[in-house]
Design a protein around this ligand. Structure first.
Ligand SMILES: [Zn+2]
Length: 266
């Protein structure tokens, strides 16, 4: 009996000691865990976020085409052999990339012709107001504006303001469905990206302009402007032409400026 009591006492002390050791182990380890969590938090904070600086000339007026491309240091006049227009300009980098693409296409038997490039605000206003006048039978201003917006931008919201956009050869999707048009489109689809060009108005987007098989964008520059628009542009800035008051209701910035093929900015 006495032996049993001694044994029980020993067991009691042993359990007590084990408990102490374990509880001590936990108290010792706890700060260690905290330290690891703290280190993780610090590391996450220190990961550099990729956010390149915007060029110094980039502001809302630039984005909205309220500048003269013939006087802008980033712009260059397109040589007559590459366009059927006079006095049309492009962003220098976009133009250099176009020249390389032109040569490559030419070697493969295709001639790329720029039929539209930089279009300043006042130029777009001319296009818009001609379209607005043609639709005087549509009484609801939002419906009237949305009908124009199938293919034409509101002044201040066109990518053509930026100097990074070109319309090539023929402004008809049907032209690119057969024959020479299809061959050109197939060549562009296969090769344009090698020179930095993407197609912002592809089919199947949830909103925005209809498909445009002729419109190409120089992505290395236009993706920066697209990001700037996403961060800074507001429908309230859109004014100065007939029907401008519809911009907010239509959500032009979200649906038209930013309603493009994701491959053009990601
Ligand atoms: Zn275009």
């Amino acid at each position: 009996m006495k032996n049993n009591i001694i044994l029980m006492k020993k067991l009691f002390y042993l359990t007590f000691v084990i408990l102490i050791v374990f509880s001590c182990k936990n108290t010792v380890e706890k700060p260690k865990q905290n330290k690891i969590i703290k280190q993780d938090t610090v590391e996450v904070k220190n990961i550099p976020v990729e956010k390149p600086e915007y060029p110094s000339y980039l502001n809302i007026n630039f984005l909205m085409g309220k500048f003269d491309p013939s006087k802008h240091p980033e712009f260059v006049k397109i040589e007559d052999k590459y366009t059927n227009k006079h006095n049309v300009y492009l962003d220098k980098k976009a133009y250099n990339a176009f020249l390389k693409m032109y040569d490559a296409a030419y070697k493969d038997g295709f001639k790329l012709l720029i039929v539209s490039a930089t279009r300043p605000f006042y130029y777009q206003k001319g296009i818009w107001e001609r379209n607005w006048a043609k639709r005087k039978n549509i009484k609801d201003p939002v419906r009237r504006a949305m009908d124009i917006l199938k293919f034409s931008s509101m002044p201040g919201t066109s990518r053509h303001h930026w100097g990074t956009e070109i319309d090539l050869n023929v402004l008809e999707n049907s032209y690119y469905a057969t024959g020479k048009g299809k061959q050109i489109f197939d060549w562009m689809s296969e090769n344009a990206y090698k020179f930095g060009f993407c197609r912002p108005y592809t089919p199947g987007r949830p909103y925005g302009y209809n498909e445009e098989k002729w419109h190409w964008s120089y992505k290395p520059v236009s993706k920066i402007y697209t990001r700037f628009a996403k961060e800074n542009m507001k429908d309230e800035y859109i004014s100065g032409f007939k029907g401008a008051e519809t911009a907010k209701k239509i959500q032009v910035t979200k649906k038209y400026i930013l309603g493009i093929n994701k491959k053009c900015y990601k």
